[in-house]
Design a protein around this ligand. Structure first.
Ligand SMILES: [Zn+2]
Ligand SMILES: [Zn+2]
Length: 347
């Protein structure tokens, strides 16, 4: 089969590799769509502690089941599925308490196992057993289904941020995830959603697509001041920092309302992971700071339902569609900010 093999850092080759065959408990799917994620870009440039090269990456995957090995009971050939890439063990301290995204033995498709930038992919037994294989609702496309994975990460983020009816929410960053957060905050009952973004093209995109109530561009406006003005001086109830910027995290701590919640949703670059803040802001403001990353199988199921019901729109986020042979071009488009979401098709 054809696959994009990351041989080592920044060395990606499209080549023929043996078609995998599923062992007992596993499923083989024919990939239909795999979208490029920010992590794919990071892995391409810097590798990852859980990746041993050579590796087929890609974890936002949908496809059709073409083979079901023995011991698999709940799936059959021909079913269209979206695969949640983070595979919990089901047995550890966190899994047993319903926090599968914190699983102590977490493995992931595209990291520990070959992923979706290929023609076929084996779904490991633990993924099959622990609810990672979700049937695609009949009214959504393979490419929309692939976007259930990033949406699942946003859902996990907003659960921990406790976004609720009546909240004023600030989203920092209008990338694909920022746009999902804006829609999701509204779906959870936020009465005002404020977007902070520097890039004029991303602002245009978000204004038309995700439609935040207020847009602040810190190139022209003092974002902290403006958020305070929009909230009668209180600050925002919830802030989601969906960009990899330490400055944005520091600013978020200055614009959150007392007893509010700030979520550091975007990770910082490896070489710049430190921020500075006035600890007394926290002492007197009694606000909470959480960080979130990834998702659990139930978030992926819910993401598919939200897309299927039309509550969250994802199709417009797809700006580029490329064949597997142009994966590297897709990574560059996503990296430059020119693309929102790029879908890779195996043929
Ligand atoms: Zn992703
Ligand atoms: Zn576990």
């Amino acid at each position: 089969m054809k696959a994009a093999v990351l041989k080592t850092i920044e060395n990606l080759e499209i080549k023929e590799i043996p078609k995998p065959s599923p062992s007992p408990g596993e499923i083989l799917i024919k990939i239909k769509a795999c979208t490029i994620c920010g992590t794919d870009i990071r892995v391409y440039h810097h590798g990852h502690k859980h990746i041993r090269f050579p590796r087929v990456t890609g974890h936002e995957v949908t496809g059709e089941i073409v083979e079901v090995a023995e011991k698999v009971k709940d799936y059959k050939v021909g079913q269209k599925v979206a695969v949640a890439p983070a595979i919990p063990c089901g047995n550890c301290y966190y899994c047993q308490r319903g926090m599968q995204s914190m699983c102590l033995n977490l493995k992931a498709i595209g990291y520990h196992y070959n992923g979706g930038f290929a023609e076929f992919m084996v779904v490991p037994e633990d993924a099959v057993k622990n609810g990672c294989v979700n049937l695609l609702p009949p009214n959504i496309s393979f490419e929309e289904g692939a976007l259930a994975e990033p949406l699942a990460c946003a859902i996990n983020g907003q659960e921990l941020s406790q976004i609720k009816l009546g909240d004023t929410v600030v989203v920092v960053g209008a990338g694909p995830l920022g746009c999902m957060h804006i829609q999701l905050a509204r779906a959870r009952g936020a009465v005002k959603v404020i977007l902070i973004e520097l890039s004029p093209s991303r602002i245009d995109f978000a204004a038309n697509f995700a439609k935040p109530d207020v847009i602040i561009n810190p190139s022209y406006d003092d974002a902290i001041d403006k958020v305070r003005k929009e909230t009668q001086g209180r600050g925002a109830d919830k802030i989601i920092v969906a960009c990899p910027s330490g400055k944005a995290q520091e600013d978020a701590l200055k614009m959150v309302a007392p007893r509010g919640i700030v979520n550091f949703f975007g990770g910082l670059p490896k070489d710049k992971p430190f921020i500075k803040f006035n600890s007394n802001l926290l002492h007197y403001g009694e606000f909470y700071v959480v960080g979130t990353h990834g998702s659990a199988p139930q978030h992926n199921k819910l993401a598919l339902q939200l897309i299927s019901s039309g509550k969250i729109k994802v199709e417009e986020l797809i700006t580029h569609r490329l064949p597997l042979s142009k994966l590297e071009e897709g990574i560059k488009l996503a990296e430059s900010g020119e693309a929102m979401k790029v879908v890779i098709y195996p043929e």
